[in-house]
Design a protein around this ligand. Sequence first.
Ligand SMILES: *Cc1c(COP(=O)(O)O)cnc(C)c1O
Length: 320
Amino acid sequence: MKNWKLRGNSDITSASTHSIARVNAHVKTHINQSDQRPIIPLSIGDPSIFPCFRTDQVAEDAVVDALRSAHFNGYAPKGGALQPKRSLAEYLSTNLPYKLSPDDVYVTVGAKQAIQIVLSALRRPDANILLPKPGYPAYEALSVINHLEIRHFDLVQEKNWEVDLTGLQKLADDKTVAMVIINPGNPCGNVYTRDHLKEIAETARRLGILVIADEAYGHLTFGSNPFVPMGLFGNIAPILTLGSLSKRWMVPGWRIGWIARSDPDGIFEEQGIVECIKRSLITNTEPATFIQAALPQILEKTTNDFFVKTVNILRKDAVL
Ligand SMILES: *Cc1c(COP(=O)(O)O)cnc(C)c1O
């Protein structure tokens, strides 16, 4: 087998450099055990390792009941079963001026797979994507894998990490497919005002691009700005909202998330993007059926006390 050779370099090599988990593992293996200095635990953002963060019992019961029923042991339909999609549409329509339908939402294996599905659906020859700097490294990694050229726009620290919209407009051209915003922000912790989100939507409209709104930390806010969903501005520019149970419910290991399209004017349908998302879902795997089956109970019955308690702990421990 000496002459056997795989030609060319793998994209996965450069894609995997964009990984917090990888850096974290690297740092851990290089800690000098004889060094007495205290170690700051820079984690990969998994709240479930802290005993004060346990999900609501309603959510645990929902999963146990779904599992015990023996009705949810089979393969789930691609993009999610009707019941979870219906309850997600309901949950994500709260505070929107229009109602999302079950057809506007897709169930995914966490928000991470939602990113993968959306980026692969947007893949075109020579396409580019506008990503925030600082940002969430999965976008860089998955853009590389999906052959989307990365162009970074700045978040302005002095303006509470708002998007530098003037700079962003200079980066875009006729091959730009989308811009990504992360709100509430990871890693900066900013929460955008309604006015700023509206400006983002207006800029996207002017540029003729769609907005991918990563709301993995949706509702987990404790400062002066309330969380405003980007979907509110779907009538200005088409929006794909990504989210999951991972952070708000503190269960990243349950691997359930979603994509929602806020597009009252039907641009996604017209441009064939809906079809691309569906095809991308077909080539991917879906979340465990019993977790999907538990979703309606979780979204509808989780107690407000649980959410309030979580936010209070975060507020108390945050160094503002
Ligand atoms: C945690 C996180 C994700 C991934 O969420 P999962 O549901 O665990 O896949 C995506 N985007 C941001 C900004 C995150 O913080």
